[in-house]
Write a protein that binds this ligand. Sequence first.
Ligand SMILES: Cc1ncc(COP(=O)(O)O)c(C=O)c1O
Length: 421
Amino acid sequence: MKHTRRTLLQGAAALTAPSFAASAAAKRPAGAASDDEAYWRDIAKAYDVKKDVINLENGYWGVMARPVAERYLENVKRVNHDNSYFARRSWREEHSAVLAQLAAALGAEEEEIAITRGATEALKGLIAGYNKLEPGEAVMYADLDYPEMIAMMDWRAAKSECAVVKVAIPEPSTHDGLVAFYKKALEDNPSVKLLLLTHISNRTGLAIPVKEIVAMARGRGVDCIVDAAHSWGQMDFNADDIGADFVGYNLHKWIGAPIGAGMIYIRKGRLADISPDPGAPDYDQDSVAGRIHTGTVDFAAILTLPEALKFHLDVGPAAKAARFSYLRNLWVEPVRGLARVDALSPDDPRLHAGITSFRLAGKTTPEENAAIAKRLLDEFNIFTVHRVGVAAGSCVRVTPALYNTPEDSLALAKALKAVSG
Ligand SMILES: Cc1ncc(COP(=O)(O)O)c(C=O)c1O
């Protein structure tokens, strides 16, 4: 990981008032260990969340920490008060300052990114705009990819008169096994020229070795579009660690920004391979922003991104990632000993973050898994969500957030012992 840009950003952030996370972090100058409960209790206090349920379903979006939520409300008031006088006079400059901070945090160039309303908008722009396919070629995606992106890949293939190759990611997987799996899939299907990769699967929590797969695919002349909706802020990496030329990110999941914020990334030199949005204005034709023309945006959400980034960086991307893994391991380790519970992300720390789904033996239908999630809620007060679409069967997803405690994970492990018995 390169930290130069991040350090610069932290330097800039230090000029503003210290945030909640910064003051908690100041007590632990070396960065918090994943089991430093005194520190994490302080961080958890920054989240005003429903406390009468154990919420282990934090994959939908990431709630804002209090300083971020407060700044957002201030920004809503400001935008509503100053209206177009703000938008027409200072928005441009303020937007570009936000872009600079995002680029710095990601280790990208400003001209390589644009802010979107979420990963969906970013990925739709990339898949719809990808213009290098020739009739008779093919696209590839896997069962663990996100349903709307799969639908977009089907659409892309049909438009370009290409075939679609669908693969099912082996369960369980290993780091080298995943690279070998994609290598063989591409060798077996030499007409594939575009590959969709999901960095962290929303269905099982599997984190694939994206950099290695992208490099292998590039060597075979295959472009990758990477769905990083769930990874930035949950794992610690920068743009080079992903290695892909085309990436869609979310900011309203693991960076903790207001809902309605994501990011599209197109590596310098590759812009021409993604056609502009047909509705993009002339002045955006030569920019990444022109690939996802959004129209009028939630100005307040975008103005709040520096506050969200500041909280994220003050806690520390590496400390966050380690804490998420720690909370995951606390329930996964005990259930590894249960014959009827299968935790679906591998224990190799490279292959998971905080999200991990489980499947009870023989329970593979959506209905059975919805019933298991309901039972966890009704009998154990634990909120999770069932997921479908995995080739090996449906499952129940568990996603801890920074406000969750080790007791939450242990309560789940205990509940799983009971429901699987
Ligand atoms: C893997 C993945 N890709 C894309 C998306 C879409 O993100 P959004 O709805 O925030 O645009 C999600 C949302 O959960 C996701 O999990």
